[in-house]
Design a protein around this ligand. Structure first.
Ligand SMILES: CC(=O)CC(=O)SCCNC(=O)CCNC(=O)[C@H](O)C(C)(C)COP(=O)(O)OP(=O)(O)OC[C@H]1O[C@@H](n2cnc3c(N)ncnc32)[C@H](O)[C@@H]1OP(=O)(O)O
Length: 447
């Protein structure tokens, strides 16, 4: 079967930055280490006043098309995944295609466009759609562009405010891909949950503590489902394991749970037995409560072992690099985790063509999905071509007062009476310019 997967990637970060330990923590009266060590975040990205999900998505897509030498007619499909859409009918992909048509000679008239929604999972689902479309032979040899784009803002004062972020990723999905080939096998964990939702509102209603538990439960179910369609997973099978990363501390919890699950009844469990005992088995306990307490004790011990730490440092920690500097990008989050892993491999000059990633996506509401990806020959050139370090360095560092203004500017219901100036100068990018006669948002390309 022809390989299908990710052939190219571009990232666009919001052009502003909030320093969490330096600027946010003092205003909250918090110890800065709650952010750097507890949540695992240093900075969040924010959109400047002329940026939104369309400009960020269009800028990422233009970067991708230019790098891959594509014209609009070459593209058969544009799907956008977002949980920050401002229009209940017209998909964001049409706005983005409209932007791109301002700068290319051709148009996307014969491209299929859509929008995917399942919280942060939607980007992975949009990749699935493209994969299925190509595998079904309906693509006429053309690739798909999948764009994940979000302004992940929370209401002021919500505990989630510390985990905000804004940015976009554009990915080219094609046959014979340069970066990774996607596995056909997938595992799902899915249940109707009300942990994080936006019922006709811009900012989420969140039960933060519960959302953490829901994430872990759905991930466990997805892992079990994935194991049921593949051979049992071995730790050695995966070079990196990129997870959906709302904040790195969440992944720390998920990785520990996944490790415990995967090593059960293996030589890895045996090797730890002298140090921390074997994993509790439910049948050995009188009731569920006692069993769960024993599991918690085992996990506390497990995370201190050298065996676990070595695996975590090699396989999971490198996936968190970008997240620590940008915060939660919702639909993009697992995709920047993958890029972080590949950047780590590049820095280490690692030869790992044909090695495998275990990719774990998640969306509140709630569903997790797990699949594998195989590294392809062209990964190194694609990842070396990213300019994300320059973008991160160029971000404008907001003061507290400026952060409050920026949050107000991006809040739909907020009537900002004073004029808030842009903090950065647009340069070779799409910008938001105001509203049209039908309340549509308008965009221009600034040279
Ligand atoms: C939103 C999505 O993208 C979808 C999902 O993944 S849902 C799952 C994740 N959920 C979210 O991201 C929801 C939005 N976030 C939130 O609501 C909140 O950020 C949160 C509930 C996750 C945490 O908020 P909080 O209650 O203010 O933080 P709190 O739990 O006190 O502290 C965070 C961590 O820092 C640790 N910490 C606190 N102070 C510390 C200090 N001084 N030094 C070191 N660590 C510290 C805490 O112990 C805690 O770690 P553990 O959970 O491992 O114990």
């Amino acid at each position: 079967m022809t390989a299908v997967g990710i052939d190219g990637i571009e990232i666009w970060t919001g052009k502003l930055k909030l320093d969490l330990p330096g600027t946010f923590a003092p205003e909250q009266g918090d110890d800065p280490e709650k952010y750097t060590k507890g949540l695992g975040l240093n900075n969040s990205s924010f959109p400047d006043v002329y940026e939104d999900i369309v400009t960020m998505g269009a800028n990422a897509a233009k970067g991708l098309m230019d790098r891959k030498g594509l014209e609009p007619e070459d593209v058969g499909r544009i799907d956008v995944a977002t949980e920050s859409a401002f229009d209940h009918s017209k998909p964001v992909s049409t706005y983005i295609a409209g932007c791109l048509e301002q700068v290319y000679d051709g148009d996307f008239t014969h491209a299929n466009k859509g929008e995917r929604k399942f919280a942060c999972l939607a980007g992975t689902q949009a990749i699935d759609d493209a994969y299925n479309w190509i595998r079904a032979g309906r693509n006429r040899g053309r690739p798909a562009i999948v764009i994940t784009t979000d302004t992940a803002l929370y209401a002021r004062g919500d505990p989630g405010e510390a985990t905000q972020g804004a940015g976009a990723v554009a990915m080219l999905i094609d046959e014979d891909p340069s970066v990774v080939e996607l596995s056909t096998d997938q595992g799902y964990g899915s249940k109707d949950e009300t942990d994080f939702l936006k019922p006709n509102q811009q900012f989420p209603s969140v039960d933060g503590k519960r959302s953490v538990q829901v994430y872990l439960s759905r991930m466990r179910e997805a892992l079990e489902d994935y194991e049921s369609v593949t051979d049992d997973i071995e730790l050695e099978d995966f070079a990196y394991a990129p997870f959906h990363t709302p904040f790195p501390g969440m992944v720390r919890k998920a990785a520990l749970l996944a490790y415990r699950h995967v090593i059960r009844d293996t030589a890895h469990e045996d090797a730890l037995a002298d140090e921390i005992g074997r994993q509790p088995r439910e049948g050995e306990y009188d009731d569920r409560e006692a069993y769960e307490e024993a599991i918690r004790g085992y996990m506390d011990d497990l995370k201190t072992t050298e065996q676990y730490q070595t695996w975590y440092d090699a396989t999971v920690e490198p996936t968190l690099g970008l997240s620590r500097e940008v915060g939660n990008w919702y639909t993009s989050s697992v995709h920047i985790a993958r890029v972080s892993a590949l950047r780590d491999a590049l820095t280490r000059d690692r030869e790992f063509v044909d090695e495998t990633l275990l990719v774990a996506s998640y969306g509140s509401g709630a569903q997790a999905e797990i699949h594998a990806e195989t590294i392809r020959e062209g990964w190194r050139a694609e990842i070396a071509g990213l300019d994300i370090d320059d973008q991160l360095d160029a971000r404008y560092d907001l003061t507290w007062d400026e952060y409050e203004d920026v949050h107000d500017v991006h809040e739909y219901d907020m009537d900002v009476e004073r004029e808030i100036e842009e903090f950065t100068q647009p340069d070779g990018e799409f910008v938001f310019t105001g509203w049209g006669r039908m309340n549509e948002r308008k965009y221009e390309y600034v040279e």
